[in-house]
Design a protein around this ligand. Structure first.
Ligand SMILES: NC(=O)CC[C@H](N)C(=O)O
Length: 309
């Protein structure tokens, strides 16, 4: 049964909201501390162009790790599969998203997959352009196209707040530079990565991007193929295996939707040929996923039979 009313979603949101008090807002990026723990909103974009939503959907969120799927798509378009997987692997890690351990204990500092921070930094390194500004503009233009929203941009405040405190991400970069995975100036890569993570949008935009992936790269609203089918398929596979960090296995069992989360509390979901989902709920569980968002997706998956398994 498809979802076809805002009222129905509103009931699910108020049920899932009960769980937000068990979570915490991310604080390792100081500017993210300002979020309101009890917020929870959702938009579901249907392939026929209808969209339903509930909660404060005008609220903007920064993409954070959700941007990793989008830069992966752009890097695959820019350089092709062989070049990208020369820099990152295909395997889930079972470690937290910002863990450094495998970079040291593996034979080379090649990150295990593009959804952990090290892997995402190696992917952002591949984005083409002659300067940080040009590469950032290309990322933003690509994301505007995916969302069909021309004014999307990034939050200076959140980007700066992360840049000033990203010591762990800098360490990941230096490990990778030592082994030749990346060969650019680390501060420049960090500037690009933190701005990419700080790109802001609302749930509706997020659900529209989720829909493009759900439709194998086609924006059904404008009938425009934005991402090649094979690239969209590859990105969705990583969403299933690594999209919810080291909670991806449990999420596959309980929810079964290709999805990507970020520490701002966003989750983007893609249900093949049917819907894109955008969620914002800044209270996080201990593995860094939106606690209300996961609950909400679990309820939606059952009610609308969304699991791919
Ligand atoms: N899990 C996340 O959303 C992490 C993204 C964040 N910008 C970081 O690199 O730490």
């Amino acid at each position: 049964m498809p979802c076809h009313s805002n009222e129905e979603l509103k009931r699910l949101v108020s049920e899932a909201k009960k769980y937000t008090k068990h979570g915490e807002v991310a604080d390792y990026i100081p500017a993210l501390k300002k979020a309101n723990r009890d917020d929870l909103s959702v938009a579901i974009y249907h392939s026929d162009g209808n969209c339903y939503s509930a909660g404060d959907i005008d609220q903007k969120i920064t993409l954070q790790s959700i941007s990793k799927v989008l830069t992966l798509a752009l890097a695959l378009i820019d350089c092709g599969e062989e070049c990208v997987f020369d820099k990152v692997g295909y395997e889930p890690t079972g470690d937290p998203f910002n863990s450094i351990i495998k970079l040291e204990t593996s034979r080379s500092a090649k990150p295990l997959n593009p959804m952990i921070n090290a892997g995402a930094l190696a992917v952002t390194h591949l984005i083409k352009g002659n300067s940080v500004i040009e590469r950032l503009e290309r990322i933003i233009a690509f994301i505007r196209d995916l969302a069909g929203h021309e004014t999307i941009t990034y939050s200076e405040e959140i980007a700066k707040s992360e840049f000033d405190t990203a010591f762990l991400n800098r360490s990941l970069c230096y490990y990778m530079k030592q082994d030749g995975i990346i060969n650019e100036n680390v501060e420049e890569l960090l500037e690009l990565y933190t701005k990419q993570c700080a790109i802001e949008m609302d749930c509706l935009d997020l659900s529209r991007i989720g829909l493009v992936f759900a439709m194998d790269g086609l924006d059904p609203v404008r009938e425009k193929q934005i991402i090649p089918v094979e690239v969209a398929r590859l990105c969705k596979t990583f969403m299933v295996t690594c999209g919810m960090y080291n909670a991806s296995g449990e999420f596959a069992v309980r929810v079964g939707i290709p999805a990507k989360s970020g520490v701002s509390g966003g989750i983007m979901g893609s249900i093949r040929n049917r819907y894109g989902i955008g969620i914002f709920g800044p209270a996080l569980d201990e593995r860094g996923n939106s606690i209300g968002g996961i609950k909400l997706l679990e309820m939606m998956s059952k009610k609308y039979e969304l699991s791919i398994f």
